[in-house]
Design a protein around this ligand. Structure first.
Ligand SMILES: [Zn+2]
Length: 347
């Protein structure tokens, strides 16, 4: 049996829209709503939210003796206002694991409690070469030396407070999305690329008039980057969980930007061998060229569910993403292969 055809323009359009929807962990409601809007167009799905704010879609399959779940996360790296400095600039605290130099010079938006958006950028507090000379290069990038320069006329903390900015406001870094020669370059492909793959797979099954082989739950989680995204939201009858998240590329890694990867081990240890083996077989059966890899500094929502006591088989697949938790990039080929793999699993 052949897999349904994927509409790659639709995949890229959905992905671009999602990437342009700010959603740092704890402030991911807009990205959840964006995804919900797309899934609501599929009448086969029943949708609900967890109390924590994640989105769960249920698709009744041909059988229900071994229900399955898939998960991808809509939350991303970001920051929160930690302090308003005497000069009116902001100190931030990170949300998720990344290095400050990966967002140095990036545009950003501060979301105030009143719902206003204030623009600015993240800089070293000694940013000017003409004033600070070698220090610009030599200063270690740490919380204390990174500051937000707001695009507003503020000279002290009171003027910044008058904008409605306060400690605890969420901050989103600009994704800077660009699609060139089927490369998708953007922040936060982790894990919006995989949300797009799952949505595209569900749309393609719907368009082909197909249903999953088993009762299936899709969890679009909203707290993955801080480690507990899929800890809740997966019903107890589920027997297997396929986490769909990006593959990490670098020296010594097998993953690349034009393939999907099966991750067999990461910082949390080995994934479920039986389910991983079945995914390998499915890939071979449907002509999906894939990589097998191990990620040295990585955890997934599959492990979050395991740690929360989930008694299921867990496996992890996803597209190769270059420069992960930095200015990321992947290729349409990897997104299509991941989507086809998800469809093969669903069927
Ligand atoms: Zn991720």
């Amino acid at each position: 049996m052949n897999l349904p055809t994927i509409q790659s323009e639709e995949l890229l359009a959905f992905l671009t829209g999602l990437l342009n929807t700010p959603s740092p962990t704890g402030f991911a409601d807009q990205a959840i709503a964006y995804t919900e809007k797309a899934l609501a167009e599929l009448p086969e799905l029943q949708l609900h939210h967890t109390r924590k704010g994640a989105l769960v879609a249920h698709w009744r399959g041909d059988r229900s003796d071994a229900p399955r779940a898939l998960t991808a996360h809509a939350d991303t790296l970001g920051a929160m206002v930690k302090e308003i400095k005497p000069n009116g600039r902001l100190k931030l605290t990170k949300i998720g694991g990344f290095a400050w130099n990966t967002v140095e010079g990036e545009g950003l938006t501060v979301f105030t409690a009143a719902g206003e958006r204030v623009r600015g950028s993240l800089l070293l507090d000694t940013a000017s070469t003409h004033v600070y000379g070698a220090r610009v290069n030599e200063t270690k990038r740490e919380d204390d030396v990174m500051e937000v320069r707001l695009d507003e006329r503020v000279n002290d903390a009171d003027e910044t407070r008058a904008l409605g900015i306060a400690v605890g406001d969420f901050v989103a870094f600009d994704p800077r999305v660009e699609v060139t020669h089927d490369f998708v370059r953007s922040r936060h492909l982790d894990d919006k690329a995989c949300v797009a793959c799952i949505v595209t797979a569900l749309r393609a099954l719907h368009a082909a008039g197909l249903a999953p082989g088993q009762d299936t739950y899709i969890l679009i989680s909203n707290y993955e980057e801080v480690g507990h995204g899929a800890a809740a939201g997966i019903p107890p009858e589920v027997t297997e969980l396929l986490a769909v998240d990006m593959a990490a590329i670098g020296e010594g890694q097998t993953s690349d930007e034009v393939h999907a990867t099966l991750c067999v081990k990461d910082s949390g240890g080995p994934y479920h061998h039986g389910l991983s083996t079945r995914l390998r077989r499915l890939a071979s059966q449907y002509g999906i060229d894939y990589k097998v890899d191990i990620y040295p500094y990585y955890g997934s929502d599959g492990e979050a569910f395991w740690r929360a006591g989930g008694d299921v088989a867990v496996a992890l697949i996803g597209p190769g993403v270059d420069a992960s938790h930095n200015y990321e990039r992947t290729h349409l080929d990897a997104l299509i292969d991941t989507t086809r793999w998800v469809m093969a699993y669903l069927l």
